[in-house]
Design a protein around this ligand. Structure first.
Ligand code: TXA
Ligand code: MG
Length: 319
C-alpha cells in the first residue's frame, strides 16, 4: 500500500474537529479509549472499513466493534432487549461490548459485521474517545490500533510504532487506564461471555442475577466467522474462474471480459474488499446456479478476500 502522511493530533477542540473531518472523508484515525487505542473508520463507509483491514494487515474479515458516544446513539443500529438495556445502563460508558441483533435500516457496511445479522457495540468512557465520537456524529468501527498479530497498543507511541505511514492520524491522548480490551457479551440468545476483558464476568453476572454461558458452552459457536460455510450465498461458488460457463454469473477482478460485476476493474484489492459482500449479495439475487469468481492475488487484502471466498465455496453442512 502507498505510504500516508500520519498526522499527530492532540486533544484541543481544533484537533478533535480535524479527527472528525478525516473520519467523515473516509480516512483512518487512531484514538485512545480506556481499554486500548482503537483504529477508527466510518462504519458506514465500505472503503474506510476495507482500509482498516488493509492497514492492520488482517488476514481475515473478522467482525469489528462499532463505537458510539451513548446508548441513545447505539439504539439506531441494534435491537436492545431488557437484558441489553440493563447491561448498557449499568456498564456504559465503559469497557463492555454487547453483541446484539442488527436493526432494520442500520446502514452499516457489511464488512463491519462480516455480513452477520448481529453487531458488536461499545460506548467507551474515555474523554477523548467521547469527544471524537461526538464530533464525528456517526458509528466508528475500531479494532485495536496495532498491526495484526502484534500486541494491542496502550499508548500513542505504540500506535505510531506500528501504523505510521499506514493511517491518516493519531490522536495523542495519553496512556490507556484499563490496558486490556473490552469484555464482549453476546446477547443474541442466552447471555454469553465471548471475550473476557475490562469488566469482570462476575460483575456482569451480579447485574444479571445469573451465570453467563461461556463461549462454546451453548448451541452456537462463539466465533461465527470461523464457521467454514458461514458466508455461503445461496448459489454455489466457483473460484479462480477464467471465464463464465453455462448457468453462471461472473464476479470479476481486474481487466476481465463478461463480468456481471467487477470487484475492481483496476485490480485494487482495497476497492475489491470494500465491494466484496455487497456484490456477492447482488449476484446471489440473480438466482444463478453458480457464482464464478476471477482469481484474486494472495497478497495484502487479497488474503482476506480469498479466505472469505473459500468459506463461501466450502461444502455446505446439511441443514
Ligand atoms: O476494547 C476494545 O474492545 C477495543 C477498543 C479499540 O474498543 N476494540 C477491539 O476490537 O478489541 P477488535 O475488532 O479487535 O475486537 C472485536 C472482537 C473480535 O473478537 C470479534 O470476533 C468480536 O469482537 N465480534 C465483533 N462483532 C461480533 C459479532 N457480531 N458476533 C460475535 N463476535 C463479534
Ligand atoms: Mg485486537
Amino acid at each position: 500500500m502507498q505510504s500516508l502522511q500520519t498526522l499527530a493530533l492532540g486533544t484541543a477542540p481544533t484537533d478533535i474537529a480535524k479527527a472528525a473531518q478525516i473520519l467523515s472523508d473516509g480516512g483512518l484515525v487512531a484514538f485512545p479509549t480506556e481499554t486500548v487505542y482503537g483504529l477508527g473508520g466510518d462504519a458506514r463507509n465500505d472503503l474506510a472499513v476495507a482500509r482498516i483491514f488493509d492497514a492492520k494487515g488482517r488476514p481475515r474479515f473478522n467482525p469489528l466493534i462499532i463505537h458510539l458516544p451513548s446508548l441513545d446513539a447505539a439504539r439506531k443500529f441494534a435491537e436492545f432487549n431488557d437484558t441489553a438495556e440493563r447491561l448498557a445502563a449499568t456498564f456504559w460508558p465503559g469497557p463492555l461490548t454487547l453483541v446484539l441483533p442488527l436493526k432494520q435500516g442500520h446502514g452499516l457496511s457489511p464488512l463491519v459485521t462480516a455480513d452477520l445479522s448481529t453487531v458488536a457495540i461499545r460506548v467507551p468512557a474515555h474523554r477523548v474517545a467521547q469527544a471524537v465520537l461526538t464530533a464525528f456524529g456517526g458509528p466508528v468501527a475500531a479494532p485495536s490500533a496495532n498491526p495484526s498479530g502484534k500486541i494491542s497498543p496502550t499508548s500513542a507511541a505504540h500506535v505510531a510504532a506500528g501504523l505510521t505511514g499506514r493511517i491518516d492520524a493519531i490522536v495523542h491522548g495519553g496512556d490507556c487506564a484499563v490496558g486490556l480490551e473490552s469484555t464482549i457479551i453476546g446477547l443474541d440468545g442466552a447471555p454469553t461471555l465471548l471475550r473476557a476483558g475490562g469488566v469482570p464476568a462476575e460483575a456482569i453476572e451480579a447485574c444479571l442475577g445469573h451465570i453467563l454461558q461461556r463461549g462454546g458452552d451453548g448451541p452456537k459457536p462463539n466465533a461465527p466467522g470461523q464457521l467454514a460455510s458461514h458466508y455461503a450465498p445461496g448459489a454455489k461458488v466457483r473460484l479462480n474462474a477464467s471465464g463464465k460457463e453455462k448457468g453462471e454469473v461472473l464476479l470479476g477482478f481486474g481487466p476481465c471480459d463478461g463480468a456481471d460485476l467487477n470487484l475492481s476493474p483496476a485490480g485494487d484489492l482495497v476497492e475489491a474488499a470494500a465491494n466484496l459482500f455487497g456484490y456477492l449479495h447482488r449476484l446471489d439475487a440473480l438466482n444463478a446456479d453458480t457464482i464464478a469468481v476471477s482469481p484474486i492475488p494472495e497478497t495484502g487484502l487479497g488474503r482476506a478476500i480469498n479466505d472469505r471466498l473459500r468459506r463461501a465455496a466450502a461444502p455446505r453442512p446439511c441443514p
